[in-house]
Design a protein around this ligand. Structure first.
Ligand code: KG4
Ligand code: ZN
Length: 394
C-alpha cells in the first residue's frame, strides 16, 4: 500500500510517499520520496512565524515539492507544466476556484499509484493548514483517492521510527506498551499516555507557554535569532564547556523550576521567561558571558522540570517505552539528562528520540500516522468535510 502525505501546519512545506507491507509480526516501510521546504530563514527576519506569510509560502512551494517527491519516487509522469500554475498561491487561497481550476491543471501530472493521501488537519496555524488540506482535497478529487486527516502531534509520536533514509520496520510487539510520549514543540508541551496505537490519553500539558515558545522568547531577550532553541542550546553548551567558568557570586543566576513538585502532570513556562526578563534588567549590560550563563540556567531549569514530571509518570504508569518528540526533542541536554536518569535510576523503560532530521516538522511522520489511520478505516468518507482545526487535541 502506498501513502502520499502532506504537512503544512507551521513553517515547513513537506511531502512524503511511503510504501507499506503489512506482514505477520511487523510493518515494513519503504520511503519512496520525502522532501521539505523550510521557511525558517524568511520568518527569522521578523522574529517569529506570521500565519498569513506562512500560508503564502506554502502556496508557492507545494506544487514544486509534489513534483520533486513524485520524481524521487519515480511516479512522476507529466508533460510540460502550464504557466498558470505560478498562480497556485492565489488559487489555493480560494477553494472554490481551486476545484474548478485543478481539473485543468492536473492532467499534466498523471495519477501516481497511491492508495490514500494523508494530510495534517491540526493542530497548527489555520491559514497554513488550509493550504495542505485544499491541496489534498484537489488531488483527491482528480486522482480519486481518499484523504486521511492526521493529528500533527500523533505524527510527532511516529517520528521516532525511521532510522535511515530508505526503509524501516515497526514491530507489532505489544510488549512496548504502555508507552508515554513527551511532546515538546513550538506550540505544544504535553505528556500522552499510549495504551495501544490510537489509544491516547493526554495526562498533562502546559498551562501557558509551550517549551519551544519559551526557548524562542528567551532567545529574543538575549538578542538571538529565531528559532531560538538551537541558539540557546549552543550557548548553554559552550557555558558548560567553559574552561574558566565565572564564579557564582560574580553572576549568581538562578531561575525557578515552576510546578516541578505539583501533584499533576501539567507544566508552566511563562514564569521562567519572566524571571529571565527581570534578570536581564538587573544585571545591566548583556555581555556574551552573561548571555551564556542565562542560556545555561534556562536550559537547566526547563530540562529539570520536563525530566522530573516525565519520570514521575514513568513510575506511576509503569511505562515500557518513552517516546520524546517535537522540535525541542533535538535538544542535546534534554537527551543526555533523560537518558542518564533512566540508567542512574535503573528504570526498565526504553527511551526513544527521533533522528535529528525528524525532530522538526516533516511529512514522513504524517505518512506513518496516516497509514495506520487508513488501515483502521479511521477517516471520513466525505472528503469535503475535512477542515483545518488549529486547536485539535488528542
Ligand atoms: O516541532 P517543531 O519543529 O514545530 C512546531 O510544531 O512547533 O518545533 C519548533 C520548536 C521551536 O520553538 C524551536 O526553537 C525548538 O523547536 N527547537 C529547539 C531545538 N531545536 C528546535 N529547542 C531547544 N533545543 C533545540 N536544539
Ligand atoms: Zn511540530
Amino acid at each position: 500500500m502506498k501513502i502520499l502525505a502532506i504537512e503544512t501546519s507551521c513553517d515547513e512545506t513537506a511531502i512524503a510517499i511511503i510504501e507499506v507491507k503489512n506482514e505477520k509480526n511487523s510493518y515494513h516501510f519503504k520511503i519512496l520520496g520525502n522532501d521539505i521546504s523550510s521557511q525558517a530563514t524568511l520568518h527569522a527576519q521578523y522574529g517569529g512565524v506570521y500565519p498569513m506569510m506562512a500560508k503564502r509560502e506554502h502556496g508557492r512551494n507545494i506544487l514544486h515539492i509534489l513534483e520533486k517527491v513524485l520524481k524521487k519516487a519515480k511516479m512522476y509522469h507529466a508533460n510540460k507544466i502550464p504557466s498558470f500554475n505560478k498562480n497556485i498561491d492565489k488559487i489555493l487561497s480560494r477553494e472554490n476556484e481551486l476545484r474548478e481550476l485543478w481539473p485543468k491543471i492536473m492532467p499534466f501530472i498523471k495519477k501516481p499509484k497511491i492508495d490514500a493521501i494523508a494530510v495534517t488537519s491540526g493542530p497548527g496555524l489555520e491559514p497554513a493548514l488550509w493550504v495542505g488540506i485544499s491541496f489534498a482535497k484537489a488531488l483527491s478529487a482528480i486522482w480519486d483517492v481518499p484523504v486521511v486527516p492526521v493529528n500533527h502531534m500523533e505524527g510527532h509520536i511516529f517520528s521516532i521510527f525511521p532510522k535511515n533514509k530508505k526503509a524501516f520496520v515497526i514491530n507489532k510487539d505489544k510488549k512496548l506498551f504502555p508507552m508515554l510520549s513527551l511532546l515538546v514543540s513550538g506550540g505544544h508541551t504535553e505528556l500522552v499516555l499510549i495504551k495501544d496505537w490510537h489509544k491516547y490519553k493526554k495526562i498533562g500539558s502546559t498551562r501557558d507557554d509551550a517549551v519551544g515558545e519559551a526557548f524562542d522568547k528567551v532567545a529574543r531577550m538575549l538578542e538571538l535569532p529565531y528559532p531560538g532553541g538551537p541558539q540557546i542550546s549552543f550557548l548553554a553548551q559552550s557555558a558548560r564547556e567553559d574552561k574558566f567558568p565565572i564564579s557564582n557570586h560574580q553572576l549568581a543566576i538562578k531561575l525557578p523550576r515552576p510546578m516541578i513538585y505539583s501533584k499533576d502532570y501539567d507544566f508552566s513556562f511563562s514564569g521562567i521567561k519572566t524571571a529571565v526578563l527581570y534578570k536581564i534588567r538587573d544585571i545591566g549590560k548583556l555581555t556574551d558571558i552573561k548571555k551564556k550563563q542565562i542560556a545555561k540556567e534556562f536550559e537547566n531549569s526547563v530540562v529539570e522540570v520536563l525530566t522530573h514530571k516525565t519520570f514521575k509518570a514513568l513510575k506511576e504508569y509503569k511505562i515500557k517505552t518513552l517516546i520524546v518528540g517535537g522540535g525541542v526533542s533535538a535538544n542535546k541536554h534534554l537527551q543526555k539528562i533523560m537518558t542518564s536518569e533512566i540508567k542512574k535510576n535503573k528504570i526498565d523503560t526504553k527511551i526513544l528520540f527521533p533522528s535529528k532530521k525528524l525532530t522538526g516538522d516533516n511529512a514522513l511522520m504524517i505518512a506513518i500516522a496516516g497509514y495506520f489511520l487508513f488501515q483502521n478505516k479511521k477517516y471520513p468518507r466525505n472528503t469535503q468535510k475535512i477542515k483545518a482545526e488549529g486547536n485539535l487535541s488528542f
